[in-house]
Design a protein around this ligand. Sequence first.
Ligand code: HEM
Length: 512
Amino acid sequence: MAVIDTKVSDESLVAVTLAFVKAHFLLVAFSAVIVRALYRRYVSPIRDIPGPWLASCSRLWKVWSTYNGHTELDHIALHKKYGPIVRTAPSEVSFGSPNAAKDIFAVGKGFHKTKFYSVFPPKHAPDIFTEVRESKHAQMKRYAVTPYSLAQMQKRSEPIEGMIKLLMEHLEKYAATDSKRLCNLGNLLHYFAFDVLGEVAFSRRFGFLEAEEDVEGSIKNIDDVQWYDGIVGHIPEFDVFLRNNPLRPYLPFWKPQPTTMTKIAIQELEKRKQPDGTYDSSGIDLLAELLRAHEANPEKFGVNDVFSIAHGAVFAGSDSTASTMQSFFYLLLNSPHAYAILQREIDEAQKAGQLSPIVTYAEAQKLEYFQACLKEAMRLRPAVGLGIYRRVPPEGAEIDGRFYPGGVEVAVNGWVLHRNRAVFGDDIDTYRPERWFERDAKLMASHMYQFGGGSHLCIGRNLALFEMNKVLIQILREYDITLAHPGRPLQYHSTFFVVQEGLEVYLRKRVA
Ligand code: HEM
Protein backbone atom coordinates (compact mmCIF):
# COMPACT_ATOMS: atom_id res chain seq x y z
CA MET A 1 0.00 0.00 0.00
CA ALA A 2 1.37 3.43 -0.93
CA VAL A 3 2.14 5.77 2.02
CA ILE A 4 1.33 9.40 1.38
CA ASP A 5 3.78 11.81 2.91
CA THR A 6 1.28 14.52 4.07
CA LYS A 7 4.06 16.75 5.43
CA VAL A 8 5.67 17.00 2.02
CA SER A 9 2.34 17.58 0.23
CA ASP A 10 1.36 20.32 2.77
CA GLU A 11 4.67 22.04 2.25
CA SER A 12 4.35 21.93 -1.50
CA LEU A 13 0.81 23.32 -1.28
CA VAL A 14 2.06 26.27 0.79
CA ALA A 15 4.91 26.81 -1.63
CA VAL A 16 2.58 26.73 -4.65
CA THR A 17 0.18 29.15 -2.96
CA LEU A 18 2.97 31.56 -2.05
CA ALA A 19 4.34 31.43 -5.55
CA PHE A 20 0.89 32.16 -6.96
CA VAL A 21 0.37 35.12 -4.59
CA LYS A 22 3.80 36.47 -5.50
CA ALA A 23 3.15 36.17 -9.18
CA HIS A 24 -0.36 37.65 -9.06
CA PHE A 25 -0.19 39.90 -5.99
CA LEU A 26 -2.48 42.65 -7.27
CA LEU A 27 -5.11 40.19 -8.49
CA VAL A 28 -5.10 38.33 -5.15
CA ALA A 29 -5.32 41.56 -3.12
CA PHE A 30 -8.15 42.83 -5.29
CA SER A 31 -10.04 39.51 -5.02
CA ALA A 32 -9.61 39.53 -1.24
CA VAL A 33 -11.15 42.99 -1.01
CA ILE A 34 -14.08 41.95 -3.19
CA VAL A 35 -14.69 38.71 -1.27
CA ARG A 36 -14.56 40.60 2.05
CA ALA A 37 -16.97 43.24 0.76
CA LEU A 38 -19.41 40.60 -0.51
CA TYR A 39 -19.13 38.69 2.74
CA ARG A 40 -19.95 41.83 4.72
CA ARG A 41 -22.78 42.60 2.32
CA TYR A 42 -24.49 39.20 2.33
CA VAL A 43 -23.40 37.28 5.43
CA SER A 44 -24.79 39.74 7.92
CA PRO A 45 -27.82 39.71 10.22
CA ILE A 46 -28.80 43.09 8.75
CA ARG A 47 -28.42 42.03 5.09
CA ASP A 48 -32.12 42.55 4.41
CA ILE A 49 -32.06 46.22 5.41
CA PRO A 50 -32.12 48.52 2.39
CA GLY A 51 -29.54 51.21 1.70
CA PRO A 52 -26.85 52.28 -0.75
CA TRP A 53 -24.95 49.28 -2.15
CA LEU A 54 -21.57 50.77 -1.24
CA ALA A 55 -22.70 51.30 2.36
CA SER A 56 -23.71 47.67 2.71
CA CYS A 57 -20.19 46.40 2.04
CA SER A 58 -17.89 49.20 3.12
CA ARG A 59 -17.64 52.13 5.52
CA LEU A 60 -16.46 54.22 2.58
CA TRP A 61 -19.98 55.51 2.06
CA LYS A 62 -20.12 57.25 5.43
CA VAL A 63 -16.52 58.43 5.26
CA TRP A 64 -17.29 59.99 1.88
CA SER A 65 -20.53 61.52 3.14
CA THR A 66 -18.78 63.19 6.08
CA TYR A 67 -15.88 64.28 3.90
CA ASN A 68 -18.36 66.05 1.62
CA GLY A 69 -19.72 67.98 4.61
CA HIS A 70 -23.44 67.25 4.30
CA THR A 71 -24.17 63.99 6.10
CA GLU A 72 -27.40 65.53 7.43
CA LEU A 73 -28.72 66.02 3.88
CA ASP A 74 -27.50 62.57 2.82
CA HIS A 75 -29.36 61.03 5.77
CA ILE A 76 -32.56 62.92 4.96
CA ALA A 77 -32.31 61.76 1.32
CA LEU A 78 -31.60 58.14 2.33
CA HIS A 79 -34.61 57.96 4.63
CA LYS A 80 -36.81 59.54 1.96
CA LYS A 81 -35.66 56.90 -0.52
CA TYR A 82 -35.46 53.76 1.64
CA GLY A 83 -37.82 54.42 4.56
CA PRO A 84 -37.30 54.59 8.33
CA ILE A 85 -34.55 51.93 8.58
CA VAL A 86 -31.46 52.26 6.36
CA ARG A 87 -28.18 50.38 6.29
CA THR A 88 -25.46 53.05 6.33
CA ALA A 89 -22.43 50.76 6.80
CA PRO A 90 -21.83 46.97 6.80
CA SER A 91 -22.62 46.92 10.50
CA GLU A 92 -24.56 50.15 10.97
CA VAL A 93 -28.23 51.01 10.72
CA SER A 94 -29.68 54.52 10.66
CA PHE A 95 -33.15 54.97 12.15
CA GLY A 96 -35.61 57.69 11.23
CA SER A 97 -38.58 56.79 13.40
CA PRO A 98 -39.28 58.44 16.75
CA ASN A 99 -39.98 55.06 18.37
CA ALA A 100 -36.54 53.78 17.41
CA ALA A 101 -34.90 56.88 18.90
CA LYS A 102 -36.81 56.31 22.16
CA ASP A 103 -35.53 52.70 22.31
CA ILE A 104 -31.93 53.67 21.55
CA PHE A 105 -31.80 56.49 24.09
CA ALA A 106 -33.66 54.62 26.85
CA VAL A 107 -31.53 54.90 30.00
CA GLY A 108 -30.22 51.58 31.30
CA LYS A 109 -30.89 49.63 28.07
CA GLY A 110 -27.16 49.28 27.40
CA PHE A 111 -26.80 51.27 24.16
CA HIS A 112 -23.33 52.71 24.67
CA LYS A 113 -21.26 55.08 22.58
CA THR A 114 -19.29 53.55 19.71
CA LYS A 115 -15.57 53.99 19.06
CA PHE A 116 -16.51 56.92 16.81
CA TYR A 117 -16.17 59.18 19.85
CA SER A 118 -12.81 57.83 20.98
CA VAL A 119 -11.04 59.66 18.16
CA PHE A 120 -12.04 63.09 19.49
CA PRO A 121 -9.25 64.80 21.50
CA PRO A 122 -7.71 64.85 24.01
CA LYS A 123 -6.93 61.21 23.29
CA HIS A 124 -5.25 60.44 26.60
CA ALA A 125 -7.73 62.27 28.83
CA PRO A 126 -11.23 61.60 27.49
CA ASP A 127 -13.91 64.02 28.66
CA ILE A 128 -17.62 63.51 29.22
CA PHE A 129 -18.26 63.75 25.49
CA THR A 130 -15.46 61.50 24.25
CA GLU A 131 -15.39 58.88 27.03
CA VAL A 132 -16.72 55.61 25.61
CA ARG A 133 -16.39 53.56 28.81
CA GLU A 134 -19.88 53.99 30.20
CA SER A 135 -18.98 53.54 33.89
CA LYS A 136 -16.16 56.10 33.72
CA HIS A 137 -18.48 58.45 31.83
CA ALA A 138 -21.16 58.11 34.51
CA GLN A 139 -18.64 58.82 37.25
CA MET A 140 -17.36 62.00 35.57
CA LYS A 141 -20.85 63.17 34.80
CA ARG A 142 -21.92 62.74 38.43
CA TYR A 143 -19.34 65.31 39.55
CA ALA A 144 -19.96 67.68 36.68
CA VAL A 145 -23.76 67.89 36.91
CA THR A 146 -23.82 70.56 39.63
CA PRO A 147 -21.20 72.85 38.06
CA TYR A 148 -23.24 72.68 34.82
CA SER A 149 -26.65 73.18 36.47
CA LEU A 150 -28.96 76.08 35.66
CA ALA A 151 -28.59 77.36 39.24
CA GLN A 152 -24.82 77.63 38.72
CA MET A 153 -25.34 79.35 35.38
CA GLN A 154 -27.55 81.92 37.12
CA LYS A 155 -24.65 82.61 39.49
CA ARG A 156 -22.51 83.35 36.44
CA SER A 157 -25.01 85.92 35.12
CA GLU A 158 -22.64 88.81 35.67
CA PRO A 159 -19.80 87.65 33.42
CA ILE A 160 -22.29 86.40 30.82
CA GLU A 161 -24.10 89.75 30.88
CA GLY A 162 -20.71 91.45 30.57
CA MET A 163 -20.23 89.58 27.29
CA ILE A 164 -23.73 90.53 26.13
CA LYS A 165 -22.93 94.20 26.77
CA LEU A 166 -19.70 93.87 24.84
CA LEU A 167 -21.54 92.29 21.92
CA MET A 168 -24.09 95.11 21.97
CA GLU A 169 -21.28 97.70 21.88
CA HIS A 170 -19.90 96.05 18.78
CA LEU A 171 -23.29 95.82 17.11
CA GLU A 172 -23.83 99.50 17.90
CA LYS A 173 -20.92 100.40 15.61
CA TYR A 174 -22.77 98.88 12.69
CA ALA A 175 -26.05 100.55 13.57
CA ALA A 176 -24.62 103.98 14.36
CA THR A 177 -23.82 105.18 10.87
CA ASP A 178 -26.46 106.54 8.51
CA SER A 179 -25.01 104.74 5.55
CA LYS A 180 -25.71 101.03 5.64
CA ARG A 181 -22.73 99.17 7.09
CA LEU A 182 -22.57 95.47 6.46
CA CYS A 183 -22.51 93.49 9.71
CA ASN A 184 -21.42 89.87 9.76
CA LEU A 185 -23.81 88.93 12.55
CA GLY A 186 -22.97 85.25 12.12
CA ASN A 187 -19.30 85.83 12.90
CA LEU A 188 -20.06 88.11 15.87
CA LEU A 189 -22.35 85.46 17.34
CA HIS A 190 -19.62 82.86 16.83
CA TYR A 191 -17.09 85.08 18.67
CA PHE A 192 -19.64 85.75 21.40
CA ALA A 193 -20.26 82.04 21.99
CA PHE A 194 -16.51 81.39 22.33
CA ASP A 195 -15.96 84.36 24.63
CA VAL A 196 -18.85 83.30 26.88
CA LEU A 197 -17.19 79.93 27.27
CA GLY A 198 -13.90 81.60 28.18
CA GLU A 199 -15.71 83.46 30.96
CA VAL A 200 -17.77 80.51 32.14
CA ALA A 201 -15.02 77.90 32.03
CA PHE A 202 -11.95 79.94 33.04
CA SER A 203 -13.03 83.51 33.97
CA ARG A 204 -10.92 84.52 30.99
CA ARG A 205 -11.72 86.64 27.97
CA PHE A 206 -10.53 84.89 24.88
CA GLY A 207 -10.81 88.23 23.06
CA PHE A 208 -12.60 87.15 19.88
CA LEU A 209 -15.26 89.84 20.16
CA GLU A 210 -12.82 92.59 21.10
CA ALA A 211 -10.71 91.85 18.04
CA GLU A 212 -13.75 90.92 15.91
CA GLU A 213 -11.69 88.14 14.45
CA ASP A 214 -10.83 84.49 14.86
CA VAL A 215 -7.85 85.06 17.20
CA GLU A 216 -4.90 82.89 16.18
CA GLY A 217 -7.23 80.98 13.87
CA SER A 218 -8.60 79.09 16.89
CA ILE A 219 -12.11 78.65 15.51
CA LYS A 220 -10.77 77.41 12.19
CA ASN A 221 -8.40 75.15 14.07
CA ILE A 222 -11.24 73.54 16.05
CA ASP A 223 -13.24 73.18 12.86
CA ASP A 224 -10.33 71.34 11.20
CA VAL A 225 -9.94 69.08 14.24
CA GLN A 226 -13.67 68.29 14.19
CA TRP A 227 -13.55 67.59 10.48
CA TYR A 228 -10.83 65.00 11.08
CA ASP A 229 -12.78 63.59 14.05
CA GLY A 230 -15.97 63.25 12.02
CA ILE A 231 -14.24 61.41 9.16
CA VAL A 232 -11.74 59.25 11.03
CA GLY A 233 -14.33 58.55 13.75
CA HIS A 234 -15.96 56.24 11.18
CA ILE A 235 -12.72 54.28 10.77
CA PRO A 236 -11.22 54.71 14.27
CA GLU A 237 -8.60 52.00 13.81
CA PHE A 238 -6.84 54.28 11.30
CA ASP A 239 -6.34 57.01 13.91
CA VAL A 240 -3.18 55.33 15.13
CA PHE A 241 -1.62 55.75 11.67
CA LEU A 242 -2.76 59.37 11.37
CA ARG A 243 -3.23 61.95 14.14
CA ASN A 244 -2.28 59.58 16.94
CA ASN A 245 0.61 57.98 15.14
CA PRO A 246 3.17 57.11 17.86
CA LEU A 247 5.98 58.23 15.54
CA ARG A 248 4.74 61.82 15.37
CA PRO A 249 6.66 63.17 18.41
CA TYR A 250 9.88 62.09 16.68
CA LEU A 251 9.10 63.64 13.31
CA PRO A 252 9.92 67.36 13.32
CA PHE A 253 7.69 68.06 10.28
CA TRP A 254 4.70 66.28 11.84
CA LYS A 255 5.02 66.99 15.57
CA PRO A 256 1.62 67.13 17.32
CA GLN A 257 0.60 70.75 17.99
CA PRO A 258 -2.00 71.42 20.69
CA THR A 259 -4.79 73.79 19.63
CA THR A 260 -4.82 77.32 21.06
CA MET A 261 -7.77 76.33 23.22
CA THR A 262 -5.91 73.32 24.60
CA LYS A 263 -2.92 75.54 25.41
CA ILE A 264 -5.24 77.98 27.22
CA ALA A 265 -6.84 75.19 29.26
CA ILE A 266 -3.38 73.94 30.30
CA GLN A 267 -2.31 77.48 31.26
CA GLU A 268 -5.44 78.07 33.31
CA LEU A 269 -4.99 74.88 35.29
CA GLU A 270 -1.30 75.68 35.85
CA LYS A 271 -2.17 79.18 37.08
CA ARG A 272 -4.23 77.69 39.88
CA LYS A 273 -1.55 75.27 41.02
CA GLN A 274 -0.22 76.09 44.50
CA PRO A 275 3.38 75.60 45.63
CA ASP A 276 2.27 72.63 47.75
CA GLY A 277 0.83 70.86 44.69
CA THR A 278 -2.83 71.54 45.52
CA TYR A 279 -5.04 73.81 43.42
CA ASP A 280 -6.71 77.14 44.20
CA SER A 281 -10.38 76.27 43.85
CA SER A 282 -11.92 79.62 44.76
CA GLY A 283 -14.23 81.31 42.25
CA ILE A 284 -17.44 80.62 40.37
CA ASP A 285 -16.14 79.43 37.04
CA LEU A 286 -16.46 75.86 35.84
CA LEU A 287 -12.81 75.07 36.45
CA ALA A 288 -13.04 76.26 40.09
CA GLU A 289 -16.16 74.20 40.73
CA LEU A 290 -14.65 71.11 39.17
CA LEU A 291 -11.54 71.60 41.30
CA ARG A 292 -13.76 71.75 44.40
CA ALA A 293 -15.39 68.49 43.33
CA HIS A 294 -11.89 67.05 42.96
CA GLU A 295 -10.89 68.22 46.46
CA ALA A 296 -13.93 66.49 47.93
CA ASN A 297 -13.35 63.26 45.93
CA PRO A 298 -9.67 63.08 44.98
CA GLU A 299 -9.72 59.32 44.40
CA LYS A 300 -12.72 59.17 42.10
CA PHE A 301 -12.39 62.51 40.36
CA GLY A 302 -8.80 63.29 39.40
CA VAL A 303 -7.16 66.49 38.16
CA ASN A 304 -7.03 64.91 34.70
CA ASP A 305 -10.82 64.64 34.78
CA VAL A 306 -11.06 68.30 35.83
CA PHE A 307 -8.81 69.35 32.96
CA SER A 308 -10.55 67.29 30.32
CA ILE A 309 -14.04 68.42 31.31
CA ALA A 310 -13.15 72.14 31.38
CA HIS A 311 -11.24 71.77 28.11
CA GLY A 312 -14.07 69.76 26.52
CA ALA A 313 -16.59 72.47 27.38
CA VAL A 314 -14.95 74.85 24.91
CA PHE A 315 -14.91 72.24 22.16
CA ALA A 316 -18.45 71.01 22.73
CA GLY A 317 -20.11 74.29 23.61
CA SER A 318 -18.91 76.97 21.24
CA ASP A 319 -19.66 75.88 17.65
CA SER A 320 -22.89 74.24 18.82
CA THR A 321 -24.28 77.38 20.47
CA ALA A 322 -23.03 79.66 17.69
CA SER A 323 -24.62 77.45 15.05
CA THR A 324 -27.98 77.44 16.85
CA MET A 325 -28.02 81.24 17.17
CA GLN A 326 -27.08 81.66 13.50
CA SER A 327 -29.87 79.29 12.45
CA PHE A 328 -32.31 81.18 14.66
CA PHE A 329 -31.62 84.51 12.93
CA TYR A 330 -31.32 83.04 9.47
CA LEU A 331 -34.70 81.32 9.67
CA LEU A 332 -36.45 84.17 11.46
CA LEU A 333 -35.21 86.91 9.14
CA ASN A 334 -36.23 84.88 6.12
CA SER A 335 -39.72 84.68 7.56
CA PRO A 336 -41.01 88.30 7.76
CA HIS A 337 -44.36 87.19 9.18
CA ALA A 338 -42.78 85.43 12.18
CA TYR A 339 -40.29 88.26 12.66
CA ALA A 340 -43.09 90.85 12.85
CA ILE A 341 -45.02 88.80 15.43
CA LEU A 342 -41.91 88.33 17.55
CA GLN A 343 -41.04 92.03 17.44
CA ARG A 344 -44.57 92.82 18.58
CA GLU A 345 -44.31 90.36 21.46
CA ILE A 346 -41.01 91.87 22.61
CA ASP A 347 -42.33 95.46 22.24
CA GLU A 348 -45.41 94.67 24.31
CA ALA A 349 -43.35 93.08 27.07
CA GLN A 350 -41.05 96.10 26.98
CA LYS A 351 -43.96 98.55 27.26
CA ALA A 352 -45.45 96.56 30.13
CA GLY A 353 -42.13 96.87 32.00
CA GLN A 354 -41.56 93.11 31.87
CA LEU A 355 -38.00 93.24 30.54
CA SER A 356 -34.94 94.17 32.61
CA PRO A 357 -32.14 96.23 31.01
CA ILE A 358 -30.48 92.89 30.19
CA VAL A 359 -33.29 90.37 29.73
CA THR A 360 -33.31 87.70 32.44
CA TYR A 361 -33.75 84.01 31.73
CA ALA A 362 -37.07 83.99 33.64
CA GLU A 363 -38.40 86.94 31.61
CA ALA A 364 -37.44 85.22 28.37
CA GLN A 365 -39.42 82.11 29.35
CA LYS A 366 -42.61 84.20 29.40
CA LEU A 367 -42.21 85.26 25.77
CA GLU A 368 -44.08 82.34 24.29
CA TYR A 369 -43.66 83.23 20.64
CA PHE A 370 -39.93 83.69 21.12
CA GLN A 371 -39.72 80.23 22.68
CA ALA A 372 -41.57 78.79 19.70
CA CYS A 373 -39.19 80.57 17.28
CA LEU A 374 -36.16 79.12 19.07
CA LYS A 375 -37.58 75.59 19.25
CA GLU A 376 -38.54 75.75 15.58
CA ALA A 377 -34.97 76.77 14.65
CA MET A 378 -33.55 73.86 16.68
CA ARG A 379 -36.06 71.54 15.03
CA LEU A 380 -35.23 72.50 11.47
CA ARG A 381 -31.46 73.00 11.78
CA PRO A 382 -30.15 71.15 14.85
CA ALA A 383 -26.51 72.02 15.55
CA VAL A 384 -25.21 68.45 15.24
CA GLY A 385 -25.21 67.40 11.59
CA LEU A 386 -23.72 63.93 11.92
CA GLY A 387 -25.50 60.96 13.39
CA ILE A 388 -25.43 60.15 17.08
CA TYR A 389 -23.87 56.68 17.28
CA ARG A 390 -24.53 53.85 19.72
CA ARG A 391 -23.85 50.09 19.81
CA VAL A 392 -26.47 47.40 20.46
CA PRO A 393 -25.61 45.71 23.81
CA PRO A 394 -23.89 42.27 23.59
CA GLU A 395 -27.09 40.34 24.33
CA GLY A 396 -28.90 42.10 21.48
CA ALA A 397 -31.93 44.36 21.78
CA GLU A 398 -35.23 45.23 20.22
CA ILE A 399 -35.52 48.53 18.36
CA ASP A 400 -38.92 49.64 17.14
CA GLY A 401 -40.24 46.08 17.19
CA ARG A 402 -37.30 44.28 15.51
CA PHE A 403 -34.47 42.38 17.22
CA TYR A 404 -30.87 43.38 16.46
CA PRO A 405 -27.91 41.24 17.57
CA GLY A 406 -25.22 42.62 19.86
CA GLY A 407 -22.53 44.74 18.25
CA VAL A 408 -24.65 46.24 15.46
CA GLU A 409 -24.06 49.98 15.43
CA VAL A 410 -27.02 52.29 15.28
CA ALA A 411 -27.27 55.93 14.25
CA VAL A 412 -29.92 58.60 14.63
CA ASN A 413 -29.72 62.05 13.10
CA GLY A 414 -31.68 65.01 14.51
CA TRP A 415 -32.17 66.43 11.01
CA VAL A 416 -34.12 63.25 10.12
CA LEU A 417 -35.94 62.73 13.44
CA HIS A 418 -37.17 66.35 13.50
CA ARG A 419 -38.79 65.88 10.12
CA ASN A 420 -41.21 63.17 11.14
CA ARG A 421 -44.60 64.07 9.70
CA ALA A 422 -46.65 62.17 12.26
CA VAL A 423 -45.09 64.18 15.08
CA PHE A 424 -44.39 67.59 13.54
CA GLY A 425 -46.94 67.90 10.72
CA ASP A 426 -46.90 67.76 6.94
CA ASP A 427 -45.01 71.02 6.39
CA ILE A 428 -41.88 69.66 8.08
CA ASP A 429 -39.45 71.59 5.87
CA THR A 430 -41.05 74.94 6.60
CA TYR A 431 -40.00 77.26 9.42
CA ARG A 432 -43.31 77.91 11.15
CA PRO A 433 -43.20 78.69 14.90
CA GLU A 434 -47.02 78.52 14.92
CA ARG A 435 -46.85 74.72 14.89
CA TRP A 436 -45.82 74.90 18.55
CA PHE A 437 -49.26 76.35 19.39
CA GLU A 438 -51.36 74.38 16.91
CA ARG A 439 -50.06 70.87 17.56
CA ASP A 440 -49.32 68.84 20.66
CA ALA A 441 -46.28 70.81 21.87
CA LYS A 442 -45.50 68.34 24.64
CA LEU A 443 -45.37 65.45 22.20
CA MET A 444 -43.18 67.40 19.77
CA ALA A 445 -40.81 68.48 22.56
CA SER A 446 -40.44 64.86 23.63
CA HIS A 447 -39.24 63.99 20.11
CA MET A 448 -36.63 66.74 19.82
CA TYR A 449 -32.99 65.58 19.87
CA GLN A 450 -31.02 68.78 19.31
CA PHE A 451 -29.33 68.08 22.65
CA GLY A 452 -29.10 64.31 22.13
CA GLY A 453 -30.79 62.01 24.62
CA GLY A 454 -30.62 59.43 27.38
CA SER A 455 -27.60 59.19 29.62
CA HIS A 456 -25.61 61.30 27.14
CA LEU A 457 -28.04 64.20 27.02
CA CYS A 458 -26.03 67.40 26.53
CA ILE A 459 -24.73 68.54 29.90
CA GLY A 460 -24.12 72.06 28.56
CA ARG A 461 -27.70 72.71 27.48
CA ASN A 462 -28.40 74.88 30.55
CA LEU A 463 -25.58 77.21 29.62
CA ALA A 464 -26.57 77.26 25.95
CA LEU A 465 -30.22 77.99 26.68
CA PHE A 466 -29.35 80.52 29.38
CA GLU A 467 -27.13 82.63 27.13
CA MET A 468 -29.30 82.26 24.01
CA ASN A 469 -32.49 83.27 25.81
CA LYS A 470 -30.83 86.42 27.06
CA VAL A 471 -28.80 87.53 24.09
CA LEU A 472 -31.21 86.78 21.24
CA ILE A 473 -33.99 88.85 22.77
CA GLN A 474 -31.54 91.61 23.64
CA ILE A 475 -30.47 91.92 19.99
CA LEU A 476 -34.04 91.79 18.67
CA ARG A 477 -35.18 94.37 21.16
CA GLU A 478 -32.53 96.90 20.21
CA TYR A 479 -32.24 96.54 16.45
CA ASP A 480 -34.27 96.21 13.31
CA ILE A 481 -32.37 93.66 11.33
CA THR A 482 -32.50 93.12 7.59
CA LEU A 483 -30.69 90.44 5.68
CA ALA A 484 -28.04 91.80 3.34
CA HIS A 485 -28.83 88.99 0.89
CA PRO A 486 -32.46 87.94 1.42
CA GLY A 487 -33.06 84.35 0.39
CA ARG A 488 -29.35 83.54 0.03
CA PRO A 489 -28.73 80.25 1.81
CA LEU A 490 -26.12 80.13 4.57
CA GLN A 491 -22.98 78.28 3.58
CA TYR A 492 -22.36 75.46 5.97
CA HIS A 493 -20.74 72.10 6.44
CA SER A 494 -21.22 69.41 9.04
CA THR A 495 -18.01 68.15 10.59
CA PHE A 496 -19.65 67.02 13.79
CA PHE A 497 -21.36 70.35 14.40
CA VAL A 498 -22.96 72.35 11.63
CA VAL A 499 -20.46 75.17 11.03
CA GLN A 500 -22.09 78.10 9.25
CA GLU A 501 -20.96 81.18 7.33
CA GLY A 502 -22.60 84.11 5.62
CA LEU A 503 -25.20 85.57 8.00
CA GLU A 504 -24.69 89.17 6.89
CA VAL A 505 -27.17 91.85 7.89
CA TYR A 506 -27.86 95.54 8.22
CA LEU A 507 -28.81 96.92 11.64
CA ARG A 508 -30.96 99.91 12.53
CA LYS A 509 -31.40 101.11 16.09
CA ARG A 510 -34.99 100.71 17.23
CA VAL A 511 -36.78 103.53 18.99
CA ALA A 512 -38.32 102.39 22.26
C1 HEM B 1 -27.13 74.91 21.49
C2 HEM B 1 -26.00 74.41 21.96
C3 HEM B 1 -25.70 72.95 22.06
C4 HEM B 1 -26.16 71.90 21.32
C5 HEM B 1 -27.15 71.95 20.18
C6 HEM B 1 -25.54 70.71 21.85
C7 HEM B 1 -25.78 69.43 21.37
C8 HEM B 1 -25.31 68.28 21.97
C9 HEM B 1 -25.65 66.93 21.56
C10 HEM B 1 -26.56 66.57 20.40
C11 HEM B 1 -25.01 66.08 22.38
C12 HEM B 1 -25.08 64.56 22.35
C13 HEM B 1 -23.99 64.02 21.47
C14 HEM B 1 -23.97 62.52 21.38
O1 HEM B 1 -24.54 61.82 22.20
O2 HEM B 1 -23.33 62.08 20.43
C15 HEM B 1 -24.25 66.86 23.31
C16 HEM B 1 -23.47 66.35 24.31
C17 HEM B 1 -22.63 67.12 25.07
N1 HEM B 1 -22.56 68.50 25.10
FE1 HEM B 1 -23.70 69.77 24.07
N2 HEM B 1 -24.71 71.05 22.86
C18 HEM B 1 -24.78 72.41 23.03
C19 HEM B 1 -24.10 73.17 23.95
C20 HEM B 1 -23.17 72.68 24.83
C21 HEM B 1 -22.40 73.48 25.75
C22 HEM B 1 -22.55 75.00 25.91
C23 HEM B 1 -21.57 72.62 26.39
C24 HEM B 1 -20.54 72.90 27.45
C25 HEM B 1 -20.34 74.06 28.02
C26 HEM B 1 -21.84 71.29 25.91
C27 HEM B 1 -21.20 70.14 26.34
C28 HEM B 1 -21.59 68.86 26.00
C29 HEM B 1 -21.01 67.66 26.58
C30 HEM B 1 -19.90 67.62 27.63
C31 HEM B 1 -21.68 66.57 26.01
C32 HEM B 1 -21.46 65.09 26.30
C33 HEM B 1 -22.56 64.63 27.24
C34 HEM B 1 -22.51 63.14 27.53
O3 HEM B 1 -22.05 62.38 26.69
O4 HEM B 1 -22.93 62.77 28.63
N3 HEM B 1 -22.81 71.37 24.96
N4 HEM B 1 -24.45 68.21 23.03
